[in-house]
Design a protein around this ligand. Sequence first.
Ligand SMILES: [Fe+2]
Length: 396
Amino acid sequence: MTPFKDFYQYAESTRVIAGRDLLGSAGFEFQKEGARRVFVVTDEVIRGTGLVERVEAGVTDGGLEVAGVFDGVPQDSSTEVVERCAAAAKEAGADSFLAVGGGSVMDTAKVADAVFTHGGGAAEQEGFFLMPREDDGMGRPLDIAPLACIPTTAGTGSEVSMAAVIKDPERKVKLEIADFPLFPRLAILDPESTRTLPASVAAATGMDAMTHAIEGYVSTEWSPHQDARSLQALRMIRDNLERAVQRGEEDEEARGNMLIAANLAITLALGSVHAMSHPAGAQFSVPHGVANAIHLPHVIRFNARGGDTIAERYRDIGELFALETGGAPTDAADALAGYITALVDRLGLPTRLSQAGVPESGIAALVEGAMGDGTTLLNPREASEEDYAELYRSAL
Ligand SMILES: [Fe+2]
């Protein structure tokens, strides 16, 4: 039985277009969102595939101009990259941003757009619902320049989210920024944009999407709106993730469905898996999806022991995967955790932190990072320092 919550908020303002052969329509569609002189944000790998050229051709076909291209986004972007990107867009006389890439590229474009529009440094954008508003901060949030996203991985869901995560190299933390203006105005989901995605990246980013769907479904900030999205995302991940990883280039349908699944799965309501993975990324450069894939089963087992209400939510998910879900609620959650570990292994990803370059001596600093991460507050079971230390040790 779904209880009626005392309060929740749900918003989604990105126009999504999904289907085949959409890259050539990028300009036609983005013009409807107010773009004229488009600044393209991407990385060198994506640019090397020829995808950016095709998107640029789509922009000019629609009668818009490409003001410039910034291809300097690294795998794990930072405040310094964001500031360089914003400055380059100003210099180019751009009036809008088009991100072509994965989570790091899209999050860079989002925060660069905020810096471009409102000024200040990248780190000053940190926080939830702190962007400038009318009426001395009490009114409607001020728009930023139009932003469109073409995701080239199926995982982060950043193309329809109002959040961005950027590394602050000085403080060695990941800054989390979220507010309504960061919703991109347009997301274009075309399986052509993930055609050359390496299997290992498809696997890791797909596990990020799966983690969003599962954490969103059990988070204290769950909502019936998000439940509908999470469960449909999980059905699509169940049916398409392994196909997309194994068959890659040949399987346009699986790749297209994974783009949509990632899009449905994204939510701000995450939990301890993300709380543990953010410091693993900031301190040991463990790729985000890999870290989530490693932490997820451990957090499921831990959370399920926080009460039957939580464990029953995992049972719902286990049913979707046709797992043995009879018996005690914790047994059903354990079955789900076991299923995920086996899946991660089949996908060819590491299942232990030590395989991803994390030493035991790093645990104390990781625990500190997890305790200080915003998503820890949304986990359904409160996790203490000792709990996080135990979770990291069990994942090592
Ligand atoms: Fe994530």
